[in-house]
Each structure stands twice: as C-alpha cells, then as structure tokens.
Design a protein around this ligand. Structure first.
Ligand code: HEC
Length: 137
C-alpha cells in the first residue's frame, strides 16, 4: 500500500474508532509503525490477494478459516471458531502455534505487545470498512 493510501486509511480508521473510549484511536505514527511491522507478514500475506496465506481485507469480524478462494487453511484453523478482532488477533499473533495448535501458519509470532498493537491498528485501518480494500473472489 502506498504511503498516501495508508494515511487515508489512518484518517478513516480514526473516524471509525470514534465510538471507542477516548484514547483508543491509534495515532498516525503508530499506524506507520504497524504498516512497517506488516512487512513481516508480506512474504505470505497481502491485504487484497490470497498468497501462501489468506488475504486480510475484511479480516475484522470474519470467522477464522473462511476467506473465500483461499485453499490453504488447516483443519485446526477452520475448526478454531475464532472470530478475528483486536483481542483474538493479539493472542494469535503473540504465539500462533500455541493459540491454534496445528496451524499451517509457519510463523513464530511477535513477542512485543506494543508492536502487536501497532500492527493490529494498521490491519484494522487497512482492511476495515471504508479502507477501500477489495476482497474479490
Ligand atoms: C510463512 C508464511 C506466513 C507468515 C510469515 C505469516 N502468515 Fe499468517 N497465515 C499463513 C497461513 C498459511 C495461514 C493459514 C493458517 C491455517 O489455516 O492454519 C495464515 C493465517 C493467518 C490468519 C488467519 C486468517 C483467516 O482468514 O482466518 C491471520 C489473521 C494471519 N495469518 C495474520 C498474519 C500476520 C499479521 C502475520 C505477520 C505478523 C502473518 N500472518 C505472517 C502464513 C503466514
């Protein structure tokens, strides 16, 4: 995603999060750090295209293992009954293999809580309603 588009997404995210408690909206610097952190995921994921991992457009509120057109889900992920939100993403990204034993996601996780929260804030801005991302078939 271009810097301009990320900043537009940031502006939108700030608007979308206005109903959350004061202080919950991420600032632009955190979103930029989160976009940077997403580079760790980019070998396997993108926002709009299924790669080795499923695309992330529309992630929040989606049930784990249900992105249409992605064939690579493990049974473990499909059966996990996780719904993706800030809390479930934080837990999963801290330690994917412990959170979804048997997951096909070969990634050790992000130990740093702040880095996770920046990444998750970026993901919400870049994949949520109003982000402009497109999850085609
Ligand atoms: C080595 C490749 C790889 C890397 C790196 C990777 N992932 Fe994944 N990811 C996958 C695969 C494969 C799956 C499907 C896992 C399964 O079905 O068990 C997945 C699944 C997911 C899911 C569940 C999506 C859904 O539709 O249910 C999320 C969320 C996710 N990854 C986020 C991330 C984030 C954020 C990062 C970076 C911090 C990351 N992944 C890094 C390969 C990867």
């Amino acid at each position: 995603m271009s810097a301009g588009r990320a900043l537009a997404a940031a502006a939108i995210a700030t608007g979308c999060l206005a109903s959350l408690p004061a202080g919950a909206a991420p600032d632009a610097a955190a979103l930029r750090a989160g976009e940077q952190a997403y580079q760790r995921c980019a070998g396997c994921h993108s926002i709009e295209i299924n790669r080795a991992g499923p695309r992330h457009c529309g992630l929040f509120g989606r049930r784990a293992g249900t992105e249409p057109g992605f064939e690579g889900y493990s049974d473990a992920m499909k059966r996990s009954s996780i719904v993706w939100n800030e809390r479930t993403l934080d837990r999963f990204l801290a330690n994917p293999a412990a959170t979804v034993p048997g997951t096909a996601m070969g990634y050790a996780g992000i130990a740093d809580a702040r880095e996770r929260s920046e990444l998750i804030a970026y993901l919400r801005a870049a994949t949520g309603q109003g982000s402009g991302c497109r999850a085609g078939p």
